[in-house]
Design a protein around this ligand. Structure first.
Ligand code: PLP
Length: 420
C-alpha cells in the first residue's frame, strides 16, 4: 500500500503547485478527527477553510448524498429537476430573514458551485441591477471592495485583491477588470467619502466580509456593519455580504452580519452549505435585485449549479445547522476555546504572540514572526491547523467539537507554543 510519502510525491509531480500543503495525507475522516494512511489520528482545526461545520462525513449528509445518487445526480438547467426547487425554497426561507427587502418583493436565489462563482455571480447581478434599476450610465458602474479582502481567485476577483500571493503575481494575471475601487477595511467614513468622490449615481455596490477570514480573522470595529448599512441605504448602493466563510454559524451567530443585527441586500454563500461533501454556493437576494427583469435566460449559468445531488446535500446541511443549533454551539465552544488560547498566549511562547482574536469558532493567533514551522509541529503532535499569510495561525474546528476535544486541542497547543 502506498505510504503518505508516496502520495505527497505523486501530488508534487502531477498537481500544479498552487498550494503549499502541510505535509500530512488524509485518507479517512469522521467528525472532528482525520486519519493518515498509516493510521495516525489528528484533530482537524481547519475544517476545510470552514466548509466542514458539521464535521467530516456527517451520517445524515452521507445518507442524503447516497439516496440522491441512486435516483438522479445531474440534469443541467436545460430541464427542471425535483430537488432544486425545494432546496431553494428552504434556502430563501432560512436566509430571507437575514436579507434587506424594504419593498417586500420576495427572496430569490441563484445556485452555483464554488464560493468564487457565487462572488462572480453577485458582482454581475450588482452591475446588472446598477444599469437596469439604478440607471447608471453604460459601463460606468463601480463596485467598492476592501483592502485585504479574500473573495476567491478568478481572473476578475484577483484583479481587486491585495492579498500578498495575488499581488506577487500581479504582473502575470493582468490586465484586470476595471470598475473596482479598493478602500481600507473597517473604515465606514472612508466608504462614504469614496462614494461621494466617485459620484453616488455610479456606485452599484459595496462588497465586504463581515469578518475578513483569509486576511487573518480581522474583526471590524464595533458598529462598522451598522454604519455601512446606513451608508449603502443612503446612497442606494447594494450592500453585498460575502458570508462564504462566516456564514452558517461559524462565528457564533447564524451569519456574520447578525452580530450587529444588520441585513445586507445580497448575501453570498458557499462552503458549509455543501455539508462538507459537495461544492454548493448561492447568491441570495431580493426579487427587486435578481428578478426576471434583471437576470434573464442566458445571462448567467453553470452546468452543475442547482443539480439534484447538490440540492439534496445542501437541503440536509441547512436542516442540520438549524436543528443541531450549530451557531449556538460555536458561540459557547468558541468563547471557551478563545479563553484557552488567551491563557496560553499569556505564557512565554517559542515565538512571541502579538494577538489572539476570534468570534465563535473562527479564531486566530497572530505571532510576531513566521509561524509555518509551528503549524508543522502542531501537526506532528496531532492538531491540524493552517497559517494564513505567514504569521497568523487560524483555528476553526468543526462546530460540533466537544469541550473534551477542545481541552485536548488546547493541551497540545500549549505543549507546542509554550517554552518548556
Ligand atoms: N469568499 C470568502 C470570504 C472565502 O473565504 C472564500 C474561500 O476561502 C471564497 C470567497 C472563495 O470560495 P471558494 O474557494 O469555494 O471558491
Amino acid at each position: 500500500m502506498p505510504s503518505s510519502k508516496d502520495y505527497m510525491e505523486m501530488d508534487d509531480k502531477y498537481c500544479a503547485h498552487n498550494y503549499h500543503p502541510i505535509p500530512v495525507v488524509i485518507s479517512k475522516a469522521e467528525g472532528v478527527w482525520v486519519y493518515d494512511p498509516e493510521g495516525k489520528k489528528y484533530l482537524d482545526c481547519l475544517s476545510a477553510y470552514s466548509a466542514l461545520n458539521m464535521g467530516h462525513c456527517h451520517p445524515e449528509i452521507i445518507k442524503a448524498l447516497k439516496e440522491q445518487a441512486d435516483k438522479v445526480t445531474l440534469t443541467s438547467r436545460a430541464f427542471y429537476n425535483d430537488m432544486m426547487g425545494p432546496f431553494l425554497k428552504k434556502l430563501c426561507e432560512v436566509v430571507g430573514q437575514h436579507i434587506n427587502d424594504p419593498n417586500k418583493s420576495g427572496i430569490m436565489a441563484l445556485p452555483m458551485n464554488s464560493g468564487t462563482e457565487a462572488v462572480s455571480t453577485g458582482l454581475k447581478v450588482a452591475r446588472a441591477w446598477g444599469y437596469i434599476k439604478k440607471k447608471i450610465s453604460k459601463n460606468e458602474a463601480k463596485i467598492i471592495v476592501c483592502r485585504d479582502n479574500f473573495h476567491g481567485r478568478s481572473i476578475a476577483i484577483v484583479g481587486f485583491s491585495t492579498d500578498i500571493a495575488a499581488v506577487r503575481y500581479y504582473g502575470n494575471f493582468g490586465p484586470y477588470t476595471p470598475g473596482f475601487v479598493i478602500i481600507p477595511y473597517g473604515d465606514a467614513e472612508k466608504l462614504e467619502n469614496t462614494i461621494l468622490e466617485i459620484g453616488a449615481e455610479n456606485v452599484a455596490a459595496f462588497l465586504f466580509e463581515p469578518i475578513q477570514g483569509e486576511a487573518g480573522i480581522k474583526i471590524p470595529p464595533e458598529g462598522y456593519l451598522k454604519k455601512i448599512r446606513e451608508i449603502c441605504t443612503k446612497y442606494n448602493v447594494l450592500m453585498i455580504a460575502d458570508e462564504i466563510q462566516t456564514g452558517f454559524g461559524r462565528t457564533g451567530e447564524f451569519f456574520g452580519c447578525d452580530h450587529e443585527d444588520v441585513k445586507p441586500d445580497v448575501m453570498l454563500l458557499g462552503k458549509a452549505l455543501g455539508g462538507g461533501v459537495y461544492p454548493v454556493s448561492a447568491v441570495v437576494t431580493t426579487r427587486d435585485i435578481i428578478g426576471p427583469d434583471i437576470i434573464t435566460p442566458g445571462t448567467h449559468g453553470s452546468t452543475f449549479g442547482g443539480n439534484p445531488l447538490a440540492s439534496a446535500v445542501a437541503m440536509k446541511s441547512l436542516d442540520i445547522h438549524i436543528d443541531d443549533h450549530l451557531a449556538q454551539r460555536a458561540k459557547e465552544s468558541g468563547a471557551y476555546f478563545l479563553e484557552g488560547l488567551r491563557n496560553i498566549a499569556a505564557k512565554k511562547t517559542i515565538v512571541p504572540i502579538k494577538e489572539v482574536r476570534g468570534k465563535g469558532l473562527l479564531m486566530a493567533v497572530e505571532f510576531e514572526s513566521d509561524a509555518r514551522h509551528i503549524v508543522e509541529i502542531l501537526k506532528d503532535n496531532g492538531v491540524l491547523a493552517k497559517h494564513t499569510h505567514s504569521k497568523t495561525i487560524r483555528f476553526a474546528p468543526p462546530l460540533i467539537i466537544t469541550k473534551e476535544e477542545i481541552d485536548w486541542a488546547l493541551s497540545i497547543i500549549e505543549k507546542v507554543f509554550v517554552v518548556s
